[in-house]
Design a protein. Structure first.
Length: 169
C-alpha cells in the first residue's frame, strides 16, 4: 500500500514539474555564434548543456509581483546590456510565438498601449528595478479574458510603457 502511495505521489509531483509554463525564449536560438558587446552567444535554453544562449543575451529571468491583490508571474528581460534597449524582437517575434505555443491567438485588432503608463503597480516597477530589467512580460488569465502584458521602462524619460495583447484560445 505504501509503495502505491509513493508511486502515485511521485507521478503527481513529476506531472506538476512538467506543467510549469516554459519561458518565452526557451527554444529561441542563435544558429551561429553572435558577439554582442564582447560576449559570445549561441544556441537555445532548450539545449540544456549550453550557456550564453539567446535567452542569456536578454538576461532572461522570472519573478513575481502583487498587482491588485493577485500574485502574478513575470518574465523579465534586460534589453539594454546586449541589445541597445531594442525590445522589438520581444514584441514582434518572441511573445507572439510563445502565446501561439501555449494555444492562444493574439487579437491584433485590439492591442492597447499606454505610453506613458503612470498607473503601473509599484510592485512591478520594484521587481524590474531589483532585477535590473527594462522589460517585463506576464500572461494573465481571468474568468472573462486572457491577455499578455508587456511593460517597458525608458530610463532616458523615466517612463513606463505598457502594451496589452488580448488573447483567444
Amino acid at each position: 500500500m505504501k509503495n502505491r502511495i509513493m508511486i502515485a505521489l511521485f507521478i503527481v509531483i513529476t506531472a506538476l514539474c512538467f506543467a510549469q509554463e516554459a519561458s518565452p525564449m526557451y527554444d529561441w536560438a542563435y544558429t551561429e555564434v553572435v558577439t554582442l558587446n564582447g560576449r559570445r552567444f549561441y544556441g537555445a535554453k532548450a539545449d540544456s548543456w549550453l550557456s550564453d544562449t539567446f535567452a542569456d543575451s536578454y538576461c532572461e529571468q522570472d519573478g513575481y509581483a502583487i498587482v491588485q491583490g493577485y500574485k502574478l508571474h513575470y518574465w523579465l528581460y534586460d534589453t539594454i546590456t546586449y541589445h541597445d534597449g531594442d525590445a522589438s524582437d520581444i514584441y514582434n517575434n518572441i511573445v507572439p510565438r510563445w502565446v501561439e505555443q501555449l494555444g492562444y491567438v493574439i487579437d491584433f485588432d485590439n492591442i492597447e498601449v499606454y505610453n506613458p503608463n503612470t498607473d503601473l503597480a509599484s510592485s512591478v516597477k520594484a521587481l524590474m528595478t531589483q532585477r535590473g530589467c527594462d522589460v517585463s512580460v506576464a500572461l494573465i488569465a481571468t474568468v472573462d479574458y486572457e491577455y499578455v502584458v508587456i511593460n517597458e521602462y525608458f530610463a532616458k524619460w523615466r517612463q513606463y510603457k505598457t502594451t496589452i495583447y488580448y488573447l483567444y484560445k
